[in-house]
Ligand binder design. Structure first.
Ligand code: SF4
Length: 460
């Protein structure tokens, strides 16, 4: 057994994290930045941080993730990284010619206390930023928060740097999709398009981290939100923020700066969350829901009722990011399954309340933990004491799955050992169909593998 040292006995810990259920802030900032067309993310810190962040994104998306680094040495650690960042800005614009450099900090530069706005201002004053080009930033010290808060901070940075207030509002609705896959962003756009609504979606990694093979290397793939579009978000009639943690701060910033009303929704994962998303767009856009979208919903309902016998009462352990977990928990409840263990390493105020709201009367006996000690080790201990029927989470759950022989659906970030997540959405009604398909698949695979010969069925 790979995790043979995981004990059954749970001891409360205050300082130790074992196999955290989160990763570090700059990864999220880097991912968000890649959702702007022609953007080169820049890591203000040492090379090792940047390599780790790039390689984690590359392993998840199976695409080469480009980013630059300030390459701190011993000198920068003592005297600060201003000289490195100024030189980096000159080199990057000269060699890689991005439209925008999106700078995020690291533990090291935050501990030193580098003042990024002051350094960027100096670069601009000294003519190091070419006309029509931009440098934006966000702070991402990784001893607080997680990859989700890093994502959230970079998206808020986009608003701060680009959004322009306008007295005349347009009919456009901004959509901030949250930390979801490129395929999810494309699906959100498709659904809004099916309703006939004009949108600006930002950031948008579709066409960037799922870019097609064309035979020609494109340093900046054709996807990503154009800077001109982000500037116009201040003139839109409303913003729909999907995932209050990942998208809320940017939407509220836009509301403050440009008086664009913010609507904070859960990620549209599952039936009811997608209903709320579609209904919000319907009301804001003054449109009717087309038959094609109603049919998609009907297909999902049909599958949920047809397969109920395989799903009813199944105990589920899930881990990952708060916005994802809240929506997933609600969907599992709709499937008549029983989410019993829920952990996230991402700190924050609202998570346990949001989960309790979703669970309602079923909250009794459900274990929910958040923060540094809400880790995969604790999750495994709970499972050892009272097993579950299904695991849903990122790749790191494969050890528990193998040791305990529990079916496992990969969902969230990172998924390092499979493909598909970047190509097939899990948001919207179609995405929910895929989720049900994945869950059924692992249950029925297990049944086929373990059933005695006389119970081995050709037809489900
Ligand atoms: S936790 Fe801090 S030091 Fe470690 S990779 Fe992330 S930013 Fe760098």
């Amino acid at each position: 057994m790979l995790l043979r040292h995981t004990s059954k006995e749970v001891t409360e810990r205050s300082a130790l994290t074992v196999n955290p259920a989160k990763t570090c802030q700059p990864i999220g900032a880097m991912y968000a930045a890649l959702g702007i067309h022609g953007c080169l993310p820049h890591s203000h810190g040492s090379q090792g941080c940047c390599s780790y962040h790039r390689s984690t994104l590359t392993r998840h998306y199976k695409e080469p993730v480009m980013a630059a680094t300030s390459s701190f040495t011993e000198g920068s650690c003592v005297f600060g990284g201003q000289a490195n960042l100024l030189q980096a800005i000159v080199n990057i614009f000269a060699i890689y010619q991005p439209e925008v450099i999106a700078v995020h900090t690291t533990c090291l530069s935050e501990t030193i206390g580098d003042d990024i706005p002051q350094i960027v201002g100096k670069a601009r004053d000294e003519g190091k930023v070419p006309p029509g080009k931009y440098v934006i930033h966000c702070n991402t010290p990784s001893y607080v928060g997680s990859h989700v808060t890093g994502f959230s901070s970079m998206v808020k940075g986009m608003v701060k740097y680009f959004a322009e207030p306008a007295t005349e509002k347009t009919r456009t609705i901004n959509i901030i999709p949250g930390w979801v896959e490129p395929a999810d962003m494309a699906e959100i756009k498709r659904l809004a398009g099916a309703l006939g609504i004009e949108t600006i979606i930002f950031p948008d990694t579709s066409g960037v981290l799922d870019a097609p093979q064309t035979g020609t290397h494109a340093f900046y793939p054709k996807g990503g939100t154009r800077i001109e579009a982000i500037k116009k978000t201040g003139a839109s009639k409303a913003t729909v923020a999907l995932g209050p943690l990942a998208s809320g701060p940017a939407a509220l910033e836009l509301e403050t700066l440009c008086k664009v009303p913010a609507h904070l929704l859960d990620l549209p994962i599952g039936l009811r969350a997608t209903d709320r998303f579609i209904d919000t767009l319907r009301k804001l856009g003054h449109v009717t829901v087309p038959e094609s979208v109603a049919d998609e919903r009907g297909r999902l309902l049909d599958l949920m009722t047809d397969m109920h016998q395989y799903l009813y009462g199944k105990r589920v352990a899930l881990w990952g990011d708060p916005d994802q977990l809240v929506a997933l928990t609600e969907f599992l409840m709709d499937l008549d399954m029983r989410p019993v263990y829920i952990v996230t390493g991402t700190p924050g105020k609202d998570f346990e309340r949001r989960i309790a709201d979703v669970l309602g009367a079923a909250a009794d006996g459900v274990r929910v933990r958040q923060g540094a000690q809400a880790d995969m080790f604790l999750m495994h201990q709970w499972i050892k004491n009272e097993p579950v029927d299904l695991l849903i989470g990122n790749t790191y759950g494969k050890y528990i799955s193998r040791d305990e022989g529990i079916p496992f659906v990969r969902h969230g970030f990172p998924i390092l050992d499979r493909v598909g997540h970047q190509y097939f959405p899990t948001v919207g009604y179609r995405g929910a169909l895929r989720l049900v398909d994945q869950i059924l698949g692992v249950f029925l695979d297990r049944q086929d593998r373990e059933s005695p010969e006389e119970r081995f069925e050709l037809v489900m």
